[in-house]
Design a protein around this ligand. Structure first.
Ligand code: CUA
Length: 318
């Protein structure tokens, strides 16, 4: 098969064969019409060769049937491609509700990952087979792009925003991770490996592998993102204002994630990850109704990973 040639990356996710089927269809269509056109050029070149007897009168002629064919056929093909690609696109960009969340931070020129169990890795990502996995990503500097060729999925990774990719790996093995957006001199070296493990091997790896790859602070240890968030929350004194009692300087945070928040100006916004991130780093951007802009901005004070941990902690408070 085509994808068994080394030209194509392995198919190692639930969506990979769907993407490839569409790709093969596009490829087949293109090849078919290219060959058809070249064949017809050849046929007519021979038929109307100079000196050959042929009808060359070429009278003006209207053929509605022929016109209908060249309108309807390309339209039908385009609509098939549109419908098919849209279905795959929606599946590719919408993580299932039960997906477990991993974090990724891109920086020139490496990928940092953290599992929901708190395991931190650099340029390597271990995941269990057969589980829906969502990787929420942001960048510490410039635009990157997190690309898992074997899973047929990727997403731009932007400073100041969260994007995500999701996949369900179907085959244990080691596959490429690439940065798929030119991000500076060593863009081509911004590569990594995703290691898909059988669930029991993954559990074993979690408990045995030494943590703190590539110089993580000792304090970070093996805390889960939510635990790290709780530590940071106390460390930065957040509970002073966000203790959740009436008359507190800041709004209570339990259950805020995903909820609708009414702002001072009457506007209503959804408290998604981007909202929480903005409220931590640039707190005066959106003031919750009934509160004052008294919270300090944490922009430049805490790393993207810490922001992710704080958000994980806020999310964990139902
Ligand atoms: Cu990061 Cu290219």
């Amino acid at each position: 098969m085509l994808w068994e040639l080394p030209l194509m990356p392995q198919q190692a996710s639930t969506i990979a064969h769907k993407v490839d089927a569409l790709y093969l269809f596009l490829w087949g269509m293109t090849a078919f019409f290219t060959l058809l056109i070249f064949a017809l050029i050849l046929v007519f070149a021979v038929k109307y060769k100079r000196g050959k007897v042929a009808d060359r009168s070429n009278p003006p002629d209207t053929d509605h049937k022929l016109e209908a064919v060249w309108i309807v056929v390309p339209l039908a093909i385009s609509l098939v491609i549109f419908g098919w690609a849209t279905a795959i696109f929606f599946e590719q960009v919408r993580p299932p509700a039960d997906a477990v969340e991993y974090f990724a931070t891109g920086k020139q020129w490496m990928w940092k990952f953290q599992s929901p169990e708190g395991k931190r890795e650099v340029n390597e990502l271990h995941v269990p087979k057969g589980r829906n996995i969502k990787v929420t990503a942001t960048s510490e500097d410039v635009l990157h792009d997190l690309f898992f060729p074997a899973f047929r999925t990727k997403a731009d990774v932007l400073p100041g925003r969260y994007t995500n990719v999701w996949f369900n790996a179907t085959k244990a093995g080691t596959y490429h991770i690439f940065c798929a957006e030119y991000c500076g001199m060593q863009h081509s070296l911004m590569i990594g490996k995703v290691i898909v493990m059988e669930p029991q091997d993954y559990e074993r790896w979690l408990t045995t592998a030494s943590s703190g790859t590539a110089g993580q602070t000792a304090a970070a240890g093996d805390e889960t993102p939510a635990q790290a968030g709780e530590r940071l929350f106390t460390q930065h004194g957040c509970q002073t204002c966000h203790q959740g009692s009436s008359g507190a300087l800041g709004p209570a945070l339990a259950g805020v994630s995903g909820a609708e928040v009414e702002l001072q100006n009457g506007e209503k916004v959804k408290a998604d990850d981007d909202y929480l991130r903005e409220s931590i780093l640039n707190s005066s951007a959106k003031i919750v109704k009934g509160y004052q802009a008294v919270m300090p901005n944490f922009k430049g004070q805490i790393s993207e990973e810490d922001v992710m941990s704080l958000i994980a902690y806020i999310k964990a408070q139902k």
